[in-house]
Design a protein. Sequence first.
Length: 524
Amino acid sequence: MFSDRKAFLVGGGVGSLAAAAFMVRDGGMRGDNITIFEALPTFGGSLDAAGNPDQGYTMRGSRMMTTENFECTWALLKSIPSLSRPDISVFEETMKFSEAVKWNAKARLVDRNLGILDVASMGFSMRDRYELVSLSKADERELEDQRITDWLSPEFFETKFWYMWQTTFAFQPWHSALEFKRYLHRFIRSFPRIEKLSGVKHPVLNHHDSFIKPLVYWLKARGVRLEAAVTVTEFDLTTDENGQIVIGAIHLCRSDNAGVIPVRADDLVFLQNGSITDASSSGTMTTAPECLTKEESGGWHLWETIAKGRPEFGKPATFNTSIPETRWTSFTVTLRESAFFEQMEVFTGNAPGTGGIVTFKDSTWLISVVLYRQPHFVGQPEDVQVFWGYALHPDRIGNFVAKPLLECSGAEIIQELCGHLNFDLRFFRGAVCIPCNMPYITSQFMPRRATDRPAPFPNNSRNLAFVSQFVEIPEDVVFTIEYSVRAAQIAVYAMLNLDLEIPPVTPHDRSVRAKFDAAIKGLK
């Protein structure tokens, strides 16, 4: 049926990889008719991981997943065999591991006195409860262009609930009230267990090694072409007699050699519009990462170009024009000695891989760290440990290092962390800490209107679809793997006219039990 139709995907993140998989698995397209172009040397987008035990491992982000909120993702991963155990799927492997190594955080919040806070109580006042209920019941049209601070009082942002919520999901008070409301509904089952982080499902290794590599292997085995280090610079767009926009050619650059690929009206083009990890920069133990700006940003250019004069293609400026509101810094630490992990286990009461996020709530940088079950990378030696951390206020002066995190080297980040823990620096002897600045990492959370994001397959488009964190999907929430996978499935099924069911967004917020449990938790 689709033997002659070709598909071109711009951007090699999880959205494009998932779209290619849906085209092959559900659409019956030939893999060798599908090409994915990625500007970076590797695929996976923000689900990245790299490095070695000598120069240090690194990954820009970490993800938390639950069984009940990743309907499309788990359905896809049931089709992808594990690389380490080809007899089972990635889904099965992840569930088995998550059952064996469960999260049960005993030190979710730590104060300035090294006190582990009792977080069974959320710390809400009656006013907080009233305002939260009002926000959760508000119509989305009321919440367009609104910030969370427009609906919640300043005292709310000092509650234990907010410290846990914002460091679990990376919200800031100035982010979208509309998105915050969606999260309250989508993750209502996580509300009663937020202090324990129980129910989180996590892969055996990092998400790149455990999810992306098996998916890439599966695609290549079916002939899908994955071309790295290729920058798509322009689309040739026309409007046909029915008023639909049609892509006629793709302009790209390979190793400074420009080229043009013709696109037929019945071919398919998928664009990852926008990038939350665009203009990322890494530092070293002795140097801070560069603070890149809009001038160094390349991941937004194509969307900005095609959206001019085409309101159905969205409004990228809503998301990428205020870097101070959308950035934070992460860091990955590689250790050759076990002292830090041993001391953290004593302090938190959690073995590595069972404690989830530890947040230092009085940190001016708002630092959190995650200690994984080891190993966390393919080929990681037994005598090497890796943990990851992040800070939501990198522009502020540290408590123990008198400079903003944005200006700090890996060694200075370790110094700040040791200050909060009152640990001796010898615990980090021989450590390699690699910081990473990400100017757009929460750009998808910026206050918005419904029209600021295109539909995965706009009504006025003939052969162009969007798969990213910047498309409009009713009820679902951004900053999740699920959002990109769901966007891909919606776009593929629409473009190929597939009469197949897409797993719905499960209505946990309409469950009587979920509402009861959340209400009881909110009263504490």
